[in-house]
Design a protein around this ligand. Structure first.
Ligand code: 5GP
Ligand code: ZN
Length: 153
């Protein structure tokens, strides 16, 4: 039996189980199948507290439609998403009284993306919170030229 025939032969209980096990965790939060602490919502986007915060108030902002990463999301939805990020940032500043925040996207697994549904992290910053930024290095002889030549070719 082929895969299609096998899928067609499954009863609704099995389809429900497959759905629960395999569907994206953020899609489940968006659909209300999993709970979350909602921070902000509009027609296209949802923001909720990260379950394992870097800092108290660490918020994830996600498009309601499932896009894996920055390359997959169409321009109009990205525009809406970044405006939602801006609103949530302002909300964190105003309501939590934090003086600033970091915005971060782990784009693809190599960059640390664990949940394959595009999301912006907004991490409130407080004086002395111990949050560490990335380590910086320096270019070797000729390396910057090599990079820029590739980028501009
Ligand atoms: P990534 O590494 O993909 O950029 O970040 C995924 C984030 O999602 C992590 O910071 C993680 O703590 C958060 N996360 C994973 N599962 C859940 C969940 O079920 N609920 C919430 N609120 N956050 C989650
Ligand atoms: Zn999803």
């Amino acid at each position: 039996m082929g895969l299609c025939e096998r899928l067609l032969s499954l009863n609704s209980y099995k389809i429900f189980i497959i759905h629960i096990v395999f569907m994206c965790i953020f899609c489940k939060i968006i659909n209300g199948e999993l709970p979350s602490y909602k921070v902000y919502e509009d027609e296209n986007n949802l923001a909720f507290l990260d379950i394992a915060p870097v800092n108290p108030g660490h918020t994830l902002v996600v498009p309601k439609k499932h896009y894996e990463n920055m390359e997959k999301i169409p321009a109009a939805d990205l525009q809406s998403l970044i405006l939602a990020v801006k609103k949530v940032g302002r909300l964190l500043k105003e309501k939590l009284g934090v003086p600033g925040y970091n915005i971060s996207v782990n784009n693809d697994p190599i960059a640390g993306q664990i949940v394959p549904h595009l999301h912006f992290h907004i991490m409130p910053r407080r004086p002395g919170d111990g949050y560490e930024l990335w380590k910086q290095g320096e270019y070797k002889e000729g390396e910057a030229e090599e990079i820029i030549n590739k980028l501009l070719s």
